[in-house]
Write a protein that binds this ligand. Structure first.
Ligand SMILES: Nc1ncnc2c1ncn2[C@@H]1O[C@H](COP(=O)(O)OP(=O)(O)O)[C@@H](O)[C@H]1O
Ligand SMILES: [Mg+2]
Length: 257
């Protein structure tokens, strides 16, 4: 008889293109969930150039790599950042793990499965691109959040990622966040255009999680290595994150405070 606890929802955050706001979104969404009493594990899935620790201003001693390659106890490397917010950090500047061999995929999976049952919800901030680790984390996840911006290169890269996830892994039900927008109308327009392309070429109907406005408070917060949700709790970007957090909690069947 199994005594294993149930796996929590795993939300994977990807984009195709780099620099569109994955890490910023992940860190602040994790903060919003933690504030709602949801015990959240944020995994830095950028195994080669992880920077969740930098954005959060935390000191990292050990990383996912050491648990996979040296058998270090994963529970011992998780960092409690604040109440209900825990981070599993990645290495920076270690190209070997980015490729994520089949053997390492299996090791990673067994390491992660062991620890995630202690949490209510898991977020994964992935690397850019469509490399092995990005595909693996998206496959492992129960929900796939894709960040796009109105920038045409973000749209083509985001589409390319969803195409690969749909065709190679049978993934469906992508949830889109439109970052760096000047207005709700611009965000909705961007989402609608992407939805048309997904419907036409992939027979996919994405969900709209909402806009994330371009906000100077976001840039200031990154420079001071603090989530903007804490440094500027009432800024437009923070309000947008709270709306998205509420939506995701409802969807995950979690109550939240
Ligand atoms: N909503 C936003 N408003 C203003 N600047 C943003 C916003 N989102 C992201 N940025 C800027 O973009 C940069 C890259 O974001 P980041 O989250 O590191 O992207 P990624 O993880 O996708 O590579 C940030 O350092 C920040 O300066
Ligand atoms: Mg990033």
């Amino acid at each position: 008889m199994s005594t294993a606890k149930k796996s929590p929802p795993i939300l994977c955050i990807s984009s195709g293109k780099g620099g569109v706001g994955k890490t910023t979104f992940s860190v602040n969404l994790a903060t919003a969930l933690a504030q709602r009493d949801v015990k959240t594990l944020l995994i830095d899935g950028d195994l080669g150039l992880g920077n969740v620790d930098v954005v959060l201003g935390i000191q990292v001693d050990h990383t996912i790599r050491e648990t996979v390659e040296n058998g270090l106890d994963p529970a011992s490397i998780i960092i409690e950042v604040q109440k209900n917010l825990f981070v599993l950090p990645a290495s920076s500047g270690v190209p070997e793990m980015t490729g994520l061999s089949h053997e390492n995929q299996l090791l990673l999976s067994s390491v992660l499965e062991k620890i995630i049952t202690d949490f209510d919800l898991v977020l994964v901030d992935t690397a850019a691109g469509i490399g092995a680790s990005v595909l693996w984390f998206n496959k492992w996840a129960s929900a796939n959040i894709i960040i796009i911006t109105p920038d045409p290169t973000s749209l083509t890269d985001g589409y390319a990622l969803m195409k690969v996830l749909a065709s190679r892994q049978g993934k469906k039900g992508f949830q889109l966040v439109v970052n760096n927008v000047k207005s709700k109308a611009e965000a909705l327009n961007t989402f609608t255009n992407m939805a048309k392309v997904l419907s036409q070429f992939l027979q996919e109907t994405p969900t709209y999680l909402g806009p994330l406005p371009k906000d100077t408070k976001v840039i200031q917060a990154i420079r001071s290595q603090t989530p903007f949700l804490l440094s500027a709790p009432d800024c437009p970007a923070a309000r947008a994150i709270h709306l998205i957090a509420n939506q995701l909690l409802k969807q995950a069947g979690l109550q939240g405070a």
